[in-house]
Write a new protein. Structure first.
Length: 253
């Protein structure tokens, strides 16, 4: 099984207030790295974060599918997994070349994953998995879900995930306005890192876990024991072990 933990793959952009398809962000060689593992390009499975928002699921699923094909891949079929077809989940995962776990509401998404026994299916059929934002967060054994604003500070932050990765990530680091608006960095992230270390990545950066080694591509930071420091920069690749989450280093600019 190969896992791609991403913040935002750059599948879309806004033009005149309308979200349109765009080529994948390849600043950190995401396309090149994915092509190393992809042996077939038949079925693209988009797993929704909210199983009941059909119009949104269809829109984002189609945009994501078209973005991958616009970026040099040749997937033949798009399947969107939500409450309309969740009874077919096993066959859809079995036939998938890639399983794309969407971004969205992290806790609601995990509830849906439990409903369809997704963890069991992914372990059984071992497809290439791309988790984006919430989808990447939920790959962990124990999810760390940071609040996005003051209203979410008292929300549950830790709960069981898919159990496919020992890595916890904080996506959209420095790209999301909620860090400045709610002072999340000082109030929450540094304090929470005393309990559980995690890696923060910016949009366009990602982590690959192929079962033998873990690699960070692009800008990334380790949060641990109340401190954080930079471990990787854009256009760079860092092979690392989980020990890096337990080390103390000075922040590197």
């Amino acid at each position: 099984m190969v896992l791609f933990l991403t913040s935002d793959v750059g599948a879309s952009k806004k033009e005149n207030g309308v979200r349109v398809v765009s080529k994948l962000n390849n600043t950190n060689k995401f396309i090149d790295e994915l092509q190393k593992y992809l042996t077939k390009g038949d079925n693209f499975l988009f797993v929704a974060s909210n199983p009941d928002t059909f119009e949104i699921n269809d829109s984002y699923g189609t945009i994501t599918f078209n973005s991958f094909n616009l970026s040099g891949f040749s997937f033949n079929n798009l399947h969107i997994l939500d409450s309309r077809n969740q009874s077919q989940a096993e066959n859809l995962v079995k036939e998938a070349s890639i399983v794309f776990l969407a971004g969205g509401d992290t806790m609601r998404e995990m509830q849906f994953f439990k409903e369809i026994n997704l963890a069991k299916l992914l372990k059984k059929y071992s497809p290439i998995i791309i988790g984006q934002s919430a989808g990447a967060i939920n790959l962990a054994e124990e999810v760390y879900c940071s609040p996005e604003d003051e209203e979410e500070i008292d929300n549950k932050r830790y709960f069981p995930g898919l159990g496919l990765s020992k890595i916890n990530i904080e996506p959209h680091f420095k790209n999301s306005p909620h860090f400045a608006k709610a002072n999340i960095l000082e109030k929450i992230l540094l304090e929470d890192s005393k309990k559980k270390p995690f890696i923060a990545i910016t949009d366009g950066s990602y982590i690959v876990d192929n079962g033998k080694e873990q690699m960070i591509f692009g800008e990334a930071y380790v949060f641990s024991n109340g401190n954080y420091y930079q471990i990787s920069k854009n256009e760079k690749c860092l092979k690392f072990s989980l020990d890096i989450l337990r080390k103390q280093q000075d922040f590197e600019k």
